[in-house]
Design a protein around this ligand. Sequence first.
Ligand code: ZN
Length: 362
Amino acid sequence: MKRIALYDTTLRDGCQSEDVSFTLEDKLRIAEKLDDFGIAYIEGGWPGSNPRDEEFFSAVKKLHLKHARVAAFGSTRRANISAAEDFNIRLLLKAETPVVTIVGKTWDLHVRDDLRISKKANLEVIADSIAYLKKRVDEVFFDAEHFFDGYRANPEYAIECLTAAAQAGADVLILCDTCGGRMPHEILAATRAAAQAVTVPLGIHCHNDGEMAVANSLAGVEGGAVQVQGTINGFGERCGNANLCSVIPNLQLKFGYHCVSSPQLKQLAEISRFVYELANIEPTNARRMSASAPLPTRAACMWRRCRRTAKPTNTLTRSWSATPSACWSLTCPAAVTWSTKPSSSASMWRVPTRRSKLFWTR
Ligand SMILES: [Zn+2]
C-alpha cells in the first residue's frame, strides 16, 4: 500500500487565517495532538516573523515528540547575497529543527516583477539556498511557490526551477497552488509532468480560494505526490488551506493509501474539535459533519434534504431517525457518534461562512 507523508501547517499557514490566533501553549498542545495522530511533519512557524514562533521552536524541543519531525519555514536567500549572509536563513538554522522548508519562486512573472532578477539568477538563488541548508539540516523541503500558475504560463521554466532544487539536494519538492485558483485536471497534468522530470519525491500544497483545495490535493497524489500538506479544519490565509480532516480519510478510505493507522484515523473528529476549541471558533454544522464523517454519504445527503423540507416524507424521516452515525459507520471507520444532535435552529444553508463570503465577493 502506497504511503503518504502528512505535513501539517496549522501552526504556520493556519495561523495566517484572520480569525485564528494561537498562544504558545496552544501551539505546543496542538503539536502533541498532531504527533499522537500520526502526522509525519509539523511546520511550527517562520522563525523571526514573530517572537511566539521563536519561542515555539525552543519549547517544542522539550516535548520529545514520538513520531513527528518539526519543520521551520522560511524563504530562499535574497538575490545578490550569499546564503551564509542571509538573515532569514540564519534564523532558520537557529531554530535547530531537523527539517527546514524554504519557499522559492517558480513563476517567471514573479521572478521578473517581484524579485526583478533574471530567470537564471533565480535558479541560482534556489540552488544556493538549498545546497547551503542541506549541509546543515537533516531534511530540506522546497516549496515551489505558485508552481501551477507558473507551469501554466511557462512550463519549461517552472520545471527548470524544480530541477535546480532537486540537483541542489532538496529531499522533497512541494508543488504549491498558492493562489488556490487551479482546477484538479490542471493539478493532475502538471504534477505528472513534474514527476516525469525529476526523481525527487513530490508534495502537494493547495489553498482553497476556488473551494478546490481538497480535490486538488487528491489530484496531486494521483499525479504522483507522496507528501500532502494542509491544516486541521482547513484554517489558513484568505479562504484557507486543504483541510486534512477531509483529505486524510478520502486518501485512506477511498483511494487506499496509507496515511495513519486505523486507531489514529478514529481520532480525527476529536483532533478537529480540539483545534476548533483552541482557536475559539464554533464549527458550523457542515464542518461538524465533515469532521465526523468526512465523506458525504447518502445518510448525510438525506439529512440535508430533511433539513430543507418543511414536511419531510416518511422515507426521509425514517432515514434520519436511523441516525447518521449508524449509516456512516458502514462506510467510514473514522465515523464517530455525534455528541450533540445539530440544533434545530441552525441555519447552515442560509448563513455564509467567512471563507465562502470571501470567495463569492471577489
Ligand atoms: Zn500556503
